[in-house]
Write a protein that binds this ligand. Structure first.
Ligand code: ADP
Ligand code: TZD
Ligand code: MG
Length: 580
């Protein structure tokens, strides 16, 4: 008899939903399936409950790696990568990645728990007290804070739109601890969530802008196309290839645009870079900025006599940001819109009788390319002992060719520059690297995200210094049993291992412990360690790793004298008396 009463009471009790659940539901509603993060107050339960609700929660050893993972997941998927951190110190550890995402135009949302607003704002000394929103703003594309559970849906919708629409970037979302425990009536809570409709709307270029660009290209005697990582991000691969092939114009891929068309393509001018940049008269940039990586469109690289002078090329720039044009030199034909729409409009405008570029230009580019490829082949064929960057990377080049679906992660100085020029890419979005800032530390975070997102094997070519920034994440790689093979190009230091402290005592600042056994780090967590002193040993290690898909670290012993200061950008080092 008495049992009926409590049931009636339960039925009339309003059902509620808490802040934790609303965050999870909002993410799921928007197709987010993975969180990259590191638990702790106040978000530990969020990580647990997200996992229990079927989201993949990948927990890292340092928030910076989780952030880099989220940023590159954004690049690969066109959905915001989510990085979840605790307050103040965890937030700050993630901040570098947020800035990296913004600078590189990768969509990412850094979600951080934060402390009590009332105490933070009065600076009364709360646990991990910090005004995180204010600190995130200058490095984020947008930053939001949610104070009430009923606004979680709006907060997440705004963050998603800000991250992926227009020029993508890093967004900060501040979730104060109190929010998670707040409850709202379940039905109202559910109605407050937003499934974002068309988060990255197409932006169609103006017809007259397309016409202007085509007119300029048509009149060119020595045209060149430069593809950047914006073009890779856009996933308009077939149309980009068609545009390049139908115009017959030689093209240069920027680092992360390698493979958009296979590097072996006959129109690829990578091997003639220092010939085509100064030689071209009309250059079409597609998703590439004229920043330092392209010498700002000025100076000797572009055929000018003095460093600050413009080279005289005319530029077409295809970009989603209307403010990008004229940032460094005059852009004669800006085409503003999303790359998919722009490239398809350009293609449509080519018509049936588009003339190929003048034969003497194509011949000159081809000759330069053949000569440089032959020179490089000679260097690559040498087999010095100890190995140098070339003999080791000749092996990597062959392995990547045999495994074109594998992801290639790359960071370091010489380890970066030589890999970029020696290892051909065969498919789009397979190469991910240090990006616009030339940042060290992205490596292991990228490996985890690349494996999680693509399910393909990952090969990471890492300078020994670069690897050190995120080396502890080999535990993360082992924990999730990811098919990642890390190759540490071990030359005993930053650029080289040969510097000497003229005063004796401490070793030079660029030098590490000699012959460090990095492979044992992987073994410590159950992965495979390989010590490779010859190209044959390196080849075997890579082949075994790709076959077994077991976490592997190959310690590739490289001649410690082989590198150069700062790799290919020695000239950026300030030196006394140098005029810039
Ligand atoms: P890279 O370093 O490869 O030269 P950048 O990062 O300098 O490339 O340039 C990428 C450019 O691509 C940015 O200016 C960005 O605004 C643009 N971009 C990114 N995504 C898109 C897109 N979907 N459509 C058009 N432009 C885009
Ligand atoms: N810190 C961060 C976050 N990013 C950086 N780019 C640097 C420092 C400076 N830096 C470079 O630009 S490359 C590099 C550093 C420290 C490491 C180069 O050494 P490596 O590569 O072992 O990774 P190589 O093959 O020895 O040149
Ligand atoms: Mg090194």
């Amino acid at each position: 008899m008495g049992t009926a009463e409590p049931q009636v009471a339960a039925a009339t009790q309003p059902q509620t939903i808490d802040g934790f659940q609303l965050v999870i539901d909002a993410l799921k509603l928007n197709g987010i399936d993975t969180i990259y993060g590191l638990p702790g107050i106040p978000i530990t339960d969020l990580t647990r409950r997200a996992q229990a609700e079927g989201l993949r929660v990948l927990a890292f050893r340092h928030e910076q790696s989780a952030g880099y993972a989220a940023s590159i997941a954004g690049f690969l998927t066109q959905k915001p990568g989510i990085c979840l951190t605790v307050s103040a110190p965890g937030f700050l550890n993630g901040l570098n990645a947020l800035a990296h995402a913004t600078v590189n135009c990768f969509p990412m949302i850094l979600v951080s728990g934060s402390s009590e607003r009332e105490i933070v704002d009065l600076q009364q000394g709360d646990y991990e007290e910090m005004d995180q929103l204010a600190i995130a703003k200058p490095v984020a594309k947008a930053a939001f804070r949610v104070l009430h559970a009923e606004d979680i849906g709006i907060g997440i919708a705004r963050a998603i739109r800000a991250a992926v629409s227009g020029r993508p970037g890093g967004v900060y979302l501040d979730l104060p601890a109190k929010l998670f425990a707040q409850s709202v009536e379940a039905e109202a809570g559910r109605r407050s969530l937003i499934e974002v409709v068309d988060p990255a709307p197409r932006q169609i270029p103006a017809p007259e802008a397309v016409k202007r660009a085509l007119g300029l290209l048509k009149g060119a005697k020595k045209p060149l196309i430069i593809l950047g990582k914006g073009a890779a991000y856009a996933q308009a691969d077939a149309d980009i290839r068609a545009l390049v092939e139908k115009t017959g114009i030689p093209y240069l891929p920027m680092s992360m645009a390698k493979g958009l068309l296979p590097d072996s393509h006959e129109q690829c001018a990578s091997a003639a870079r220092s010939f085509v940049l100064p030689g071209a008269d009309v250059v079409m940039l597609i998703g590439a900025r004229l920043n330092w990586l392209l010498s700002h469109g000025k100076g000797k690289t572009w055929g000018a006599t003095r460093a600050k002078d413009w080279g005289g090329q005319k530029f077409v720039q295809v970009d989603i940001s209307p403010q990008e044009a004229d940032s460094n030199v005059r852009i004669d034909a800006p085409v503003v819109g999303d790359i998919g729409s722009c490239v398809s409009a350009l293609l449509a405008g080519l018509g049936a009788d588009w003339p190929k570029p003048p034969a003497d230009w194509l011949k000159a580019v081809a000759e330069k390319k053949t000569a440089n490829v032959a020179k490089m082949a000679e260097t690559l064929a040498m087999n010095p002992s100890p190995m140098n960057f070339h003999s080791a990377l000749a092996v990597v080049r062959d392995v990547v060719k045999a495994n074109p679906d594998a992801m290639l992660v790359n960071e370091g100085a010489n380890a970066l520059d030589f890999t970029r020029s020696i290892v051909d890419m065969h498919k789009p979005r397979k190469r991910i690297d240090v990006g616009t800032w030339g940042i060290m530390g992205v490596g292991m975070g990228y490996c985890v995200a690349a494996a999680a997102v693509t399910k393909q094997p990952v090969i990471a070519i890492e300078g020994d210094s670069a690897f050190g920034f995120s080396g502890m994440e080999v535990e993360t790689i082992c924990r999730y049993q990811l098919p990642v093979c890390v190759v540490v190009m071990n030359n005993n230091g930053v650029y080289k291992g040969t510097d000497v402290n003229p005063r004796g005592g401490d070793v030079a600042p660029t030098v590490f412990v000699k012959d460090a056994r990095y492979e044992k780090l992987m073994e410590a967590f159950g992965g495979v360690g390989v010590y490779a002193r010859t190209p044959g040993e390196l080849r075997k290690g890579l082949d075994d790793a790709l076959r077994s898909r077991r976490p592997t670290l190959i310690n590739a012993v490289i001649d410690e004298t082989a590198g150069t200061e700062s790799g290919r950008i020695t000239s950026l080092n300030p030196t006394a008396g140098k005029k810039k």
